[in-house]
Design a protein around this ligand. Structure first.
Ligand code: G3I
Ligand code: 9MR
Ligand code: ZN
Length: 578
């Protein structure tokens, strides 16, 4: 069989598996394996942290320099290190280390065969990226007129809401806001859960970086700091998904994904979707709401005691429902084809909810529940990179951070395990030519989110036990996301000199503006969803900057959240090591 018909065959099997239309596969495949001339963090570096660019292996032992963008003068000279083969990309690369240079300014890195675009060294290098990554949530708002400036705007959308018959109810529902999940316009409680949880954790751990942030949102200047006001927009929608019995419906979406239109032009009804039979709500959605509403009760109390109380009451009710219905798993019911966020195990969500409620209230009922639930979810297996279906680590970490009486034994185990996780990740970073902590099997749907969540793990670890190398590795993943990767691309829209351009994001495609909406992180390389069969390449290379490639190049609220967390830590000075 020749190559063309082989590709056609593979593409047809991928298409029948529902991954992608056949004709497109033949047209696009990942770029040929060749490292970029210079791969570095295009947003730049904090003065006191390590600064390492990746260059092709042929440059090993050759000189490189840092040129001042304004004066043209070479301000630092170094020698490229020895060649290494990077396992995730297959690239042969070497390192250009300019860590000793700490002078704030704007520079380019020049080698014997190429140079980077301009980047910054400065304490404020990540200030604007943080603002953009957080402001992107405003851009995702549903049911509200949005205007980010620069033409990135839309009027209120999805005002047609109704209960789907699978919810056990009928009738219309008002639009209670929330964020569009991703490149689609669905709203999903499970994904909202880890997103809001991560964002509120960032608030608790790095308030100095977030309190004063100006997001230019309708609530700016009100009683809440902008950051909390933006998160509240989604919390209000999550709270609206709670039924009177405490249970929470899984999602609110149309019956199928709409075409690539602006949100106001998607006229399909936004249904509250349930599981189709009693008890209609789902365990994971309910427990996730319980967890994040308990965190919200801690974060909002100082600004709005009533809202904090409302969150705590919702959390208690949701927790009781989840504990009483621990096995109600959601699957898309017939007639519904939007994102499933199907999870086969609700125990970790319940553990997280119990942990957050214990931390918030100190009440013995939540402590006892947590301690008994934790028996089935051993720390040694469950304390690892969090993701939307796996939130046990969040439960363990929150208890370890709580200082609550009775939590010491858990804390000791969790701290020790997190330190071991850290050693695994550090070993990967040391061996990688691009410095990131992802291993080949981590290149699944949303690998960039995984990279950012591995940074979150490293940052929590450093919070427990100060660890300079963990801080540098956490930043390494930021460098990777913002340009130190095998494509030399920044995976955050409008950040850096070579940001990706074609996210699977309906507003970016439908607004008639060339550049995509700002501050959105690509899902990143995905070597595990079938299409890799088309053009076998090492996992880091399984990415294309194409709008259709939703399994590699969509954006999503749960991936931006650990990016915000990472940037918040960096801006708070929590990752500076000298
Ligand atoms: O559970 C397996 C795991 O055991 C295995 O190791 C791993 C590697 O193959 O795969 C895991 O399953 C994956 C699952 O995500 C959990 O990570 C599936 O292969 C993968 O297909 C699934 O992808 C999800 C995708 O929806 C399809 O359902 C993504 O995580 C999820 O982020 C994505 O979310 C979509 C929403 O449905 C709709 N809105 C956009 C959003 C982002 O693309
Ligand atoms: O656009 C949809 C995206 O938001 C989802 O993450 C993705 C996976 O559920 O599905 C996308 O919609 C595609 C559909 O699943 C299959 N046909 C092509 C659609 C994209 O144009
Ligand atoms: Zn909407």
């Amino acid at each position: 069989m020749d190559r063309r018909s082989a590709l056609k065959l593979l593409s047809i099997s991928a298409a029948s598996a529902g991954i992608i239309g056949a004709e497109r596969l033949v047209r696009h495949h990942p770029k040929a394996p060749e490292p970029p001339a210079v791969a570095l963090n295009q947003a730049g570096y904090l003065p006191q942290n390590r600064k390492i660019a990746t260059v092709p292996a042929q440059l090993a032992a050759s000189p490189f320099g840092l040129r001042d963008e304004t004066t043209g003068q070479t301000v630092f000279r170094g020698t490229v290190g020895s060649p290494v083969r990077d396992q995730c990309s297959g690239d042969r690369v070497a390192a250009a280390d300019f860590s000793p240079f700490q002078q704030p300014g704007r520079y380019r890195l020049a080698t014997a065969s190429g140079e980077s675009g301009p980047f910054v060294i400065g304490a404020d290098a990540y200030r604007e990226p943080l603002r953009l990554a957080m402001r992107a949530y405003y851009g995702q708002r549903c049911g509200c007129a949005v205007d980010l400036g620069g033409g990135y705007r839309h009027p209120a959308c999805h005002s047609d809401g109704a209960f789907h018959p699978t919810s056990g109810r009928s009738g219309v529902v008002a639009n209670h806001g929330g964020w569009h999940d991703a490149g689609d316009y669905g709203r999903y409680v499970v994904n909202s859960g880890i997103t809001v949880g991560t964002l509120l954790w960032a608030w608790e751990l790095y308030p100095q970086a977030l309190r004063g942030i100006n997001l230019g949102i309708p609530e700016s200047g009100g009683k809440l700091p902008d950051y909390l006001a933006e998160v509240r927009w989604n919390l209000e929608w999550m709270l609206s998904m709670q039924d009177a019995d405490g249970g929470v419906w899984h999602k609110q979406t149309s019956e199928k994904f709409c075409r690539f239109v602006m949100p106001q032009d998607d006229r399909m009804t936004s249904y509250i979707v349930g599981i189709g039979s009693p008890p209609y709500k789902s365990t994971c959605a309910t427990a996730d709401l319980a967890a994040v509403a308990a965190i919200a009760a801690r974060c909002y109390g100082e600004y709005d005691a009533d809202f904090a109380q409302r969150c705590l009451a919702a959390s208690r009710g949701a927790w009781a429902w989840a504990v009483a219905h621990p096995d109600v798993m959601f699957l898309n019911p017939p007639g519904i084809a939007t994102g499933p966020y199907e999870d086969r195990d609700g125990r970790d969500e319940i553990l997280w909810a119990s942990g957050e409620l214990w931390r918030t209230t100190g009440e013995p009922a939540y402590r006892d529940a947590f301690l008994s639930e934790s028996k089935a979810l051993p720390v040694a297996t469950y304390v690892w990179t969090p993701s939307w279906p796996s939130v046990a680590a969040l439960g363990y970490w929150t208890v370890a951070m709580s200082g609550r009486p009775g939590s010491d034994a858990v804390r000791d185990q969790v701290v020790a395990r997190t330190a071991q996780d850290t050693e695994f990740l550090l070993a990967r970073a040391r061996a990688s030519g691009y410095g990131q902590t992802l291993a080949p099997p981590d290149y699944i749907w949303g690998s960039n989110g995984m990279a950012a969540n591995q940074s979150l793990l490293l940052m929590v670890s450093d919070h427990f036990q100060p660890n300079a190398e963990a801080c540098e590795a956490a930043l390494n993943n930021l460098h990777y996301i913002l340009g130190r990767n095998c494509f030399g691309v920044s995976w955050v829209t409008q950040v850096g000199y070579n940001p990706f351009q074609h996210p699977h994001h309906r507003p970016s495609a439908a607004d008639g503006i060339a550049a995509p909406w700002p501050g959105l992180m690509s899902g990143g390389p995905n070597a595990s969803n079938l299409v890799d069969a088309v053009e076998p390449q090492p996992p880091m290379r399984m990415w294309v900057d194409q709008q259709y490639a939703y399994w590699m190049n969509e954006v999503a609220i749960n991936w931006n959240a650990p990016l915000v967390f990472l940037l918040a830590g960096a801006n708070a000075g929590a990752l500076s090591t000298s």
